[in-house]
Design a binder for this molecule. Structure first.
Ligand code: FUB
Length: 321
């Protein structure tokens, strides 16, 4: 069942849903209309703060806890607070967020809170060696935390190879292996990477890496990781083909094998999500633009997610009739 939007009072996107203290907390980008024209770099996603909404019951009313981090408090950041994620460790909540720095390069910052609803206090500088967008932090059963991140086009992933900025900025050719999302283990203090970022490789049915030209299946942005029955599910957006897809593996680093579509295209250009288990059931949180009718102003909603006995996931479709 596809459920209604969490709120119509503010525009919300890029939902990162987690269960903390028995409630679902949905950390969202806060879309606003600042008049920036739409372009292929996503300049119109000109967000300046984050909100978090909570649900005590899956069909309850969402509570908007208001602004939990404001760009004016992030000294290194210039603009565009895009998708964030939050992890809990040893009594503290750690928010990971991308923003463009004073030179218009995306970096990933960390902000810390004592409560799931913030306020989050940013660290004075972004994470060392961080780049691109869409951080997602996954805690494995052994207590290790990993960050997945990256996004092409406006997300600037094509500027880097092997974690190094390139002089010539280009995507791989259509017949070359696709640019991958990145993964790195986090340091025990949660503030920095503990290792170099590695490629999150997605293989096709023949065990070959997906190609850049395979834009109905290759990675674009919006990494998320969840684990079900011991299987690691890497889910992501295909960007210009507007799907959420999933790939499975037997460890957090992969490689992962492409399995199918998780969410068919929704209204609006972007598609971005999270997967969470609450009281024994699984849910997909995502956004569309049914409320506003325009791509830059998105609204988060959610749907039941079903893992099937063969390890696949039932494809979700929003019916706009
Ligand atoms: O919200 C800005 C960007 O749009 C996100 O970082 C992408 O994943 C896409 O949802």
């Amino acid at each position: 069942m596809v459920r209604d939007h969490l709120t119509r009072d503010v525009y919300t996107a890029d939902a990162a849903a987690h269960v903390f203290e028995g409630k679902i907390y949905v950390y969202v980008s806060h879309d606003v209309d600042t008049g920036v024209p739409e372009d292929d770099l996503g300049s119109h996603f000109d967000m300046m703060d984050y909100h978090v909404l909570s649900l005590s019951e899956i069909d309850g009313k969402a509570v908007d806890h208001g602004v939990i981090l404001d760009i004016k408090d992030v000294k290194w950041a210039r603009r565009q607070l895009w998708d964030n994620d939050v992890a809990f460790k040893d009594g503290k909540y750690y928010m990971y967020f991308p923003a463009k720095d004073k030179t218009d390069i995306f970096r990933i910052g960390v902000a810390i809170a004592d409560r799931p609803e913030g306020p989050f206090i940013p660290q004075p500088a972004p994470m060392m060696g961080s780049y691109s967008i869409d951080p997602c932090v996954f805690k494995d059963d052994d207590g290790t935390y990993y960050m997945y991140w990256g996004g092409i086009w406006g997300g600037q992933l094509q500027r880097y190879r092997n974690n190094l900025a390139q002089e010539v900025i280009a995507l791989p050719k259509d017949n070359e292996p696709a640019l991958c999302a990145k993964i790195a283990r986090l340091r025990d203090d949660m503030l920095e990477f503990a290792e170099e970022g590695k490629d999150v490789v997605i293989l096709d049915e023949n065990g070959k890496p997906l190609l850049q030209g395979d834009n109905h299946r290759r990675f674009f942005e919006a990494s998320w990781m969840h684990k079900h029955n011991g299987v690691y599910y890497f889910t992501y957006s295909t960007g210009d083909t507007h799907k959420l897809c999933y790939a499975t593996g037997d460890n957090p680093y992969g490689p992962f094998t492409y399995r199918g579509v998780l969410l068919n295209p929704v209204s609006g250009w972007t598609t971005h999500h999270s997967v969470v288990q609450f009281k024994g059931n699984w849910y997909l949180f995502f956004h569309d633009v049914e409320v506003s009718g325009v791509t830059p102003l998105r609204s988060v909603r959610y749907a039941d997610l079903k893992h099937l006995p063969d390890g696949s996931i039932e494809t979700i479709t929003v019916n706009y009739d």
